[in-house]
Design a protein around this ligand. Structure first.
Ligand SMILES: [Zn+2]
Length: 360
């Protein structure tokens, strides 16, 4: 009798269950600081990403509005995990949902290890901590480990989509005047709250480079550490997005390998192993261009995941932003075109000349 009831209930749940997989966000207002239009702004940002991706994933984000360091509009702290390169590649291959995904997977180095270029490590053959890049091809831990945000792991099926742990904590600054409505553009002198929240959630979804970890943990700031140290807990192995980060130099070796160096040489996003470059990345606060490597290069209009936003500027997500998240494991609702600008809301945006502020 019990069994029969159980089966009936299962059938009933199935019948009324959701018909389509969908992305959702669980925004946890940790200290009650996010109310009114701030909360509406965070929800609008989450809704934007829901409108883009179809993954059956719940992303858990602690949200806050608080005073941040001068010049910082917002920051995201993402919970990271590590998986073997073999598992990451297999998951990416199993998650192909667009031509871009197929190209990206085909561009990855075969086998359980990948070669890549880096610098500033204690085991740099050019000298401990040397800025001269080298190719790490010794198949050790950092050649077989990939770091990714928990949300990225959920999108790839490497972590249960409904896992309840915290995926990220996002804080937007209370030190600026914000415009919460994009419908009439952004008021002169104010910043686009929804755009900044979308930007920070983009990091949580996996738009992140651990070159920033190397950049902050190399002499004279810290270290030097061995290449494999960066693949250990508490540091950061090459991220999913970093697998598509190249330079002219790194494209010239071993058929093209990722460039994970912290320096000011140009780094590019490529999903076809150097056959074409689709956008340029930031290079690092200390040793690069002064901006985090976890962004597009500043000032080129590549997308909302660039490092700065000016007052009065209406933030717009680009096809390139979407494409980057597409190839690291998110399932796009509409196949992105790198040249398309996605309006965040209907209406006219305008730019006002002003000093850009740094996004986290
Ligand atoms: Zn950022």
């Amino acid at each position: 009798m019990k069994n029969k009831n159980y089966i009936f209930l299962v059938g009933l749940l199935y019948a009324i269950g959701p018909a389509h997989a969908s992305l959702s966000f669980n925004l946890n207002n940790v200290n009650g600081s996010v109310t009114g239009q701030y909360l509406a702004g965070f929800n609008a940002a989450a809704d934007f990403w829901v409108s883009q991706f179809t993954d059956d994933v719940v992303v858990n984000i602690d949200i806050q509005v608080a005073s941040l360091q001068a010049g910082i509009l917002g920051q995201a702290s993402s919970s990271m995990g590590r998986v073997s390169y073999a598992n990451a590649r297999q998951s990416l291959a199993g998650d192909i949902g667009s031509a871009s995904d197929a190209a990206a997977v085909a561009s990855l180095q075969a086998g359980g290890h990948f070669d890549f270029m880096l610098n500033r490590t204690s085991d740099n053959p050019n000298g401990s901590g040397s800025a001269t890049p080298y190719v790490d091809e010794n198949d050790s831990t950092n050649n077989s480990t990939v770091s990714m945000t928990r949300a990225n792991a959920k999108a790839l099926g490497l972590l249960a989509g409904d896992h309840s742990g915290r995926d990220a904590a996002i804080t937007l600054s209370s030190n600026f005047s914000w415009d919460f409505s994009t419908i009439d553009g952004i008021v002169s002198g104010a910043f686009d709250f929804v755009a900044v929240a979308i930007h920070e959630i983009g990091h949580a979804l996996g738009f992140i480079s651990s070159v920033d970890v190397l950049d902050g943990n190399s002499p004279p700031h810290n270290g030097p550490f061995s290449g494999d140290d960066f693949a250990n807990a508490g540091f950061g192995a090459v991220t999913t997005l970093d697998l598509f980060r190249y330079s002219d130099d790194s494209c010239a070796v071993n058929g093209g390998v990722p460039d994970w160096s912290a320096d000011s040489r140009d780094k590019f996003f490529s999903i076809d192993r150097c056959a074409s470059f689709m956008g340029q990345f930031g290079e690092g606060r200390n040793f690069g261009d002064g901006q985090q490597a976890s962004h597009w290069k500043d000032g080129l209009g590549l997308g909302l995941l660039d490092p700065t936003l000016a007052p009065g500027e209406l933030g717009t997500v680009s096809g390139l932003d979407i494409l980057a998240l597409d190839v690291i494991g998110w399932d796009v609702r509409t196949v992105p075109s790198p040249s398309v600008i996605y309006p965040l809301a209907f209406g006219f945006g305008f730019l006002v000349w002003g000093k850009s502020r740094r996004l986290g």
